[in-house]
Design a binder for this molecule. Structure first.
Ligand code: AHM
Ligand code: MG
Length: 336
C-alpha cells in the first residue's frame, strides 16, 4: 500500500496562485510575478533571521562584524531587499514601507499596476532576542493606464486585492488571501519553496484566548477595560480566557487565526489612535481575518471601511473570532 514517506504532488505557492489565476482569463500572470518577488524578500529575511551565513550576519544588531565593518540593522536591510525586489519586478508603481517616511514612486521604465504597502520586519522589540517576527503586506491595483498618485494607496482596506504576512517563527509560514479564503504555506528549507500546508483556514467562531499589552491598562477607555475584565472574570458562567501576548503582531495574529480568540491594540489616553499602522498592519490583518470568517473592528467601524488620510496613519484594532469581536462591538455601541 501507499504509506509513502514523501508526498510527491507538491502544491507550491506559485502553482497555487497560477491555478487561481486561470479562473480569470484576463489575467496575464502579473500578480504571480509580483508575488514571487515578495516571496523572494521573505526568503531572504527568513534566512537572515535564522542567521544563515553566520559570519556576515553576526553583527546584525547594529554592531560591527568580525571584519570590523558596520552592519546594517536587520529591519533596514530587510526594507532594502523588499524595495529592490518590488521595483525590479516591473509590476509596481507605488510602495509604502513602514521604514520610509515618504511613499516610493517607481520610475516609469519599471512601472506596473500594483501598489504595495508593507512592513518589511514587524515586531522590532523582538528582533534581538530571537522571538518570532514577521513581514506584513497589502496590495492595491491601479486602473489600466492610470497615472499613480498617493490617493491610490489612501484607499479603504476593502479595496485591497490581496494581503498576507510571513512569520519567521519555529517554521517560516506565509499566509495569503486574494479575496477567496485564506491559505497558509510553509517554507520547506531544503527546497526553498513555500508548500501549501494550511488550505482554506477558518478561524473558530469563538475563542478561549485574548491577546493584549495589559501594561497599558491604566490608560484604556471604558469599553476596552470592561472587555478585558470580562475575559478574566466572566459573568455568564463561562471559563476565564487565557492570555497570550508575544508583542509581534504577526505571531499574535497567526495564533489568533489558528486557535481563535481576540487580538487587541486599543486606543489609550496616551495614544488615542492606538499604535498599529492602518495601511500595512491593520488592513492586511483585517482582510485576512474577515476572509477566515472572523471580524476586525476599530472601536468605531469595520476596520476595512476606514479611509486613511496619511500613509503612516494609526488606528485602534480589535480582531479575531466572530463572536469575540461581536462582544467588544456591543460594549462600544453601549458607550455611545
Ligand atoms: P513595530 O512596527 O515597531 O515593530 O511595532 C509594531 C509591533 C507589533 O508587532 C505588535 O503588535 C506591537 O508593536 C506591540 O506593541 P507593544 O510593545 O506596545 O505591546
Ligand atoms: Mg510594524
Amino acid at each position: 500500500h501507499e504509506a509513502d514517506a514523501y508526498r510527491t504532488d507538491l502544491m507550491t505557492m506559485t502553482r497555487f496562485v497560477l491555478n487561481e489565476q486561470s479562473k480569470h482569463p484576463e489575467s496575464r500572470g502579473d500578480f504571480t510575478i509580483l508575488l514571487s518577488h515578495i516571496v523572494l524578500g521573505c526568503k531572504f529575511v527568513c534566512s537572515a533571521v535564522n542567521k544563515a551565513g553566520l559570519a556576515k550576519l553576526i553583527g546584525l544588531a547594529g554592531e560591527t562584524n568580525v571584519q570590523g565593518e558596520e552592519q546594517k540593522k536587520l529591519d533596514v536591510l530587510s526594507n532594502e531587499v523588499f524595495v529592490k525586489a518590488l521595483v525590479s519586478s516591473g509590476r509596481t508603481c507605488i510602495l509604502v514601507s513602514e521604514e520610509d517616511e515618504e511613499a516610493i514612486f517607481v520610475e516609469s521604465s519599471k512601472h506596473g499596476k500594483y501598489c504595495v504597502v508593507f512592513d518589511p520586519l514587524d515586531g522590532s522589540s523582538n528582533i534581538d532576542c530571537g522571538v518570532s517576527i514577521g513581514t506584513i503586506f497589502g496590495i492595491y491595483v491601479l486602473n489600466d493606464g492610470k497615472e499613480a498618485t498617493l490617493d491610490d494607496v489612501l484607499q479603504p482596506g476593502k479595496n485591497m486585492l490581496a494581503a498576507g504576512y510571513c512569520m519567521y517563527g519555529s517554521s517560516c509560514m506565509f499566509v495569503l488571501t486574494t479575496g477567496s479564503g485564506v491559505h497558509g504555506f510553509t517554507l520547506d528549507p531544503s527546497l526553498g519553496e513555500f508548500i501549501l500546508t494550511h488550505p482554506d483556514i477558518k478561524i473558530p467562531k469563538k475563542g478561549k484566548i485574548y491577546s493584549v499589552n495589559e501594561g497599558n491598562a491604566k490608560n484604556w477607555d471604558a469599553p476596552t477595560a470592561k472587555y478585558v475584565e470580562k475575559c478574566k472574570f466572566p459573568t455568564d458562567g463561562s471559563s476565564p480566557k487565557s492570555l497570550r501576548y508575544v508583542g509581534s503582531m504577526v505571531a499574535d495574529v497567526h495564533r489568533t487565526l489558528l486557535y481563535g480568540g481576540i487580538f487587541l491594540y486599543p486606543a489609550d489616553k496616551k495614544s488615542p489612535n492606538g499604535k498599529l499602522r492602518v495601511l500595512y498592519e491593520v488592513f492586511p490583518m483585517s482582510f485576512l481575518l474577515e476572509q477566515a470568517g472572523g471580524q476586525a473592528f476599530t472601536g468605531k467601524e469595520r476596520a476595512l471601511d476606514l479611509v486613511p488620510k496619511k500613509i503612516h496613519e494609526r488606528s485602534p484594532i480589535f480582531l479575531g473570532s466572530y463572536d469575540d469581536v461581536e462582544e467588544i462591538k456591543a460594549l462600544y455601541a453601549a458607550e455611545e
